[in-house]
Design a protein around this ligand. Structure first.
Ligand SMILES: Cc1cc2nc3c(=O)[nH]c(=O)nc-3n(C[C@H](O)[C@H](O)[C@H](O)COP(=O)(O)OP(=O)(O)OC[C@H]3O[C@@H](n4cnc5c(N)ncnc54)[C@H](O)[C@@H]3O)c2cc1C
Length: 343
C-alpha cells in the first residue's frame, strides 16, 4: 500500500484525523502498537464540555467551542457511513459548588444559570444540600462506540489499520521522514506522516528530539448501574469528580488525577476516592450497583495540546489531556489543513 498519509496512533485523535483525510480522498494507513482506542481513548468518559474541563485560555476555549460545533455533523456522518451509534446526545450539565470559593466562581459564570439547593433537588432527587449552576447546552457520547465507528468507517472505505506492532523509531533526513522503523525491524513508508501517540509521545526518540513529549496523568473511572426509579440523564460535575450517565442505566463515575508514570491499573485508593466523592456529590448514587473500574493515561502537555508541523512531511497532534474526545473533530480539521500545506 502506498499511503498518502501514515498515521501513528489509533486513538481518537489519530483515527479522527485519518477519517477526515480519507474524506478528502487520501489513501490512509494507521499503525498502532495495541489496537484502536486501546491506549487512552476507550477509557474516557465521553463528556463534551468545552467550558468546563481543564484550564482554559481564550484560544483553547475557542478551539473547544469549534470542536463542539463540529460534533453533530462529525458523528452523523460517521453514523450514516457505518450504521454504528456513537451515543452522541445533548444533555444538561449541573456544576455543583462544593465550596464557597467554587460557588463564587459559578455564580459569575456567563454560560450557566445559577440554581439554589432546593431548585437542584427539585430537578434531581438524589442531591444533598448543594447549590450550583446548570449548563443547558452540553453533550456526551460513548467513546468505545465512537472508536468502533471510526475504525469500521476507515476500513470500510479502504484504509488499512495495522495493529499489534509498535513503531520503534523513524528514519529521517533533510527531506523529512523517509520511513518508520517497526518493532520487528520492518519499515513502513508513505508520502506524509502524522504522529498521534498520546501519552507515549516522548517515548519515541524522533519525537522526543523535536520536543514533542507528553506526561501521562492517570485517570480512574468506576462504572455504576443506576438502579433508581428515574435514571440520571444529565452530567453532574463537582470538584474533581463527576457522574456521566451513558444510557441503558450505565453511569461513569470519574475521575482521579494521578501522576504515577505509565501504570494503567486502577488502584484501590482511586476507587475509594471516587466512592467517597460520590457520597458527597450525589448521595442518592450510593445505592447504585458497582460494575467495573478502569484507568487510562491522559496525555498532558504544559501549555496545552501540540498540533503542528514537525518536519518537511510530518505533523504531530498530541497532548489533549482531559479533552481529547471533545477536541477530536477540530484537531482533525487543523491537521488536514497542515497536511494540505505539505502538498
Ligand atoms: C478517565 C478518563 C476520562 C476522560 N474523560 C474525557 C471526557 O469526558 N472528555 C474528553 O474530551 N476527554 C476525556 N479524557 C481524555 C481523553 O481520553 C484523551 O485526551 C484522549 O483519549 C487522547 O487521545 P489520543 O488519541 O491522543 O491518545 P490515545 O487514545 O492514547 O491514542 C494514542 C495511541 O497511540 C498508540 N501508540 C503510542 N506510541 C506508539 C508507537 N510507538 N507505535 C505505535 N502506536 C503507538 C497507543 O497504543 C495509542 O493507541 C479522559 C481521559 C481519562 C483517562
Amino acid at each position: 500500500m502506498n499511503a498518502d498519509l501514515v498515521v501513528v496512533g489509533a486513538g481518537v485523535i489519530g483515527l479522527s484525523c485519518a477519517w477526515q483525510a480519507q474524506q478528502q480522498g487520501m489513501q490512509v494507513l494507521v499503525l498502532d502498537g495495541r489496537g484502536p482506542g486501546e491506549g487512552t481513548s476507550r477509557r474516557a468518559a465521553g463528556m463534551l464540555l468545552p467550558d468546563v474541563e481543564g484550564e482554559h485560555d481564550a484560544e483553547e476555549r475557542a478551539f473547544g467551542r469549534r470542536s463542539y460545533e463540529l460534533y453533530p455533523s462529525f458523528t452523523s456522518g460517521l453514523e450514516a457511513a457505518t450504521g454504528i451509534d456513537t451515543g452522541f446526545r445533548r444533555c444538561s450539565c449541573y456544576l455543583v459548588a462544593q465550596s464557597t470559593e467554587r460557588a463564587e466562581v459559578l455564580r459569575r459564570m456567563e454560560w450557566g444559570v445559577w440554581l439554589g439547593a432546593p431548585e437542584i433537588r427539585q430537578r434531581m432527587a438524589g442531591f444533598g444540600e448543594m447549590e450550583g449552576a446548570r449548563i443547558g447546552d452540553a453533550a456526551q457520547l460513548e467513546p468505545r462506540q465512537l472508536i468502533a465507528a471510526l475504525s469500521v468507517g476507515l476500513r470500510g472505505r479502504g484504509a488499512e489499520i495495522e495493529t499489534g506492532l509498535a513503531v520503534a523509531d523513524v528514519q529521517a533526513g533533510s527531506d523529512g521522514v523517509d520511513a518508520l522503523v517497526m518493532a520487528d525491524g520492518s519499515l513502513r513508508r508513505g508520502r506524509r506522516y502524522l504522529f498521534a501517540t498520546g501519552a507515549w509521545a516522548g517515548e519515541m526518540p524522533y519525537l522526543a528530539e523535536r520536543g514533542v513529549s507528553t506526561e501521562p496523568v492517570r485517570g480512574q473511572i468506576v462504572t455504576l448501574e443506576d438502579t433508581g426509579d428515574e435514571p440520571l440523564r444529565d452530567i453532574i460535575f463537582g470538584q474533581g469528580i463527576y457522574l456521566a450517565p451513558k444510557g441503558a442505566r450505565r453511569v461513569y463515575l470519574g475521575a482521579t488525577e494521578e501522576r504515577v508514570g505509565f501504570d494503567e491499573r486502577p488502584a484501590a485508593d482511586g476507587t475509594l476516592h471516587l466512592l467517597e466523592g460520590l457520597r458527597r456529590l450525589y448521595p442518592g448514587g450510593m445505592r447504585f450497583a458497582v460494575r467495573e473500574s478502569w484507568a487510562g493515561l491522559r496525555p498532558y502537555r504544559a501549555g496545552g495540546a501540540m498540533i503542528g508541523r514537525i518536519d518537511e512531511n510530518a505533523v504531530a497532534a498530541v497532548g489533549h489531556h482531559r479533552n481529547g474526545i471533545l477536541l477530536a473533530p477540530a484537531t482533525a480539521e487543523r491537521v488536514t489543513a497542515l497536511i494540505a500545506e505539505i502538498g
